[in-house]
Design a protein around this ligand. Sequence first.
Ligand code: SAM
Ligand code: 2KA
Ligand code: SF4
Ligand code: MG
Length: 210
Amino acid sequence: MVEEKELDLVNRGLMLPLMEEFYTIQGEGFHKGTAAYFIRVGGCDVGCHWCDVKESWDAEKHPPTSIENIVSNAAKYSDTIVVTGGEPLMWNMEPLTSGLKANKLKTHIETSGAYPLTGTWDWVCLSPKKTKLPVSEVYEVADELKVIVYNRHDLVFAEEQAAQVNENCVLYLQPEWSVRDKVIPLIVDYVMQNPKWKVSLQTHKYLNIP
Ligand SMILES: C[S@@+](CC[C@H](N)C(=O)[O-])C[C@H]1O[C@@H](n2cnc3c(N)ncnc32)[C@H](O)[C@@H]1O
Ligand SMILES: Nc1nc2[nH]cc(C(=O)O)c2c(=O)[nH]1
Ligand code: SF4
Ligand SMILES: [Mg+2]
């Protein structure tokens, strides 16, 4: 019975399968270098073969946690909260972001955009994936587009995705970590030839922080 009730609360976004939460420095994209509290929500079915957090995929491995607990923890650490996963938009983000906003916290999301947008966001980082493309409403609100480059074709994909975001969206190419030595030269050349793009690195991995 308890489990059924929890399932209902998770389905409504009042509890979330919480994988981990940690205070660190945003390593990637527009807000790189900014201290932020990360909330990593379990569950993802997008299936990127190079995903650096595959342990997040199975939501059932992560304990349903009440958003009151998540919010009160977050508020102790930072005024900037990054919600990531897993794919956070698999869940109803409205209760979590309402709670964060009630505490005057800035809400940022890292998402593949593969599910409809829920929640209230100060910053949306859209990282689209070929295996499960973003829904149109996420292209409309994205503040930054961050395309992961694993091979040359990802530069073609990046342009296709850039054609769909709003005009104020900041454009980033980020090397896939395991092939960084091979793709960084491609990205550097491409950005110099196409300066509407910027380079994003996973700087937390160079800094040896979470
Ligand atoms: C783990 S994902 C979680 C959020 C969401 N599922 C998404 O993909 O945007 C967080 C960010 O890390 C990026 N990422 C994941 N694995 C990576 C890797 N091996 N190299 C570079 N970036 C990676 C994703 O593209 C995304 O921008
Ligand atoms: N420091 C740090 N910055 C990040 N930016 C996006 C991350 C993510 O996994 O969503 C991430 C992460 O895992 N750590
Ligand atoms: S969408 Fe994000 S969490 Fe899901 S597999 Fe891809 S990188 Fe990993
Ligand atoms: Mg990460």
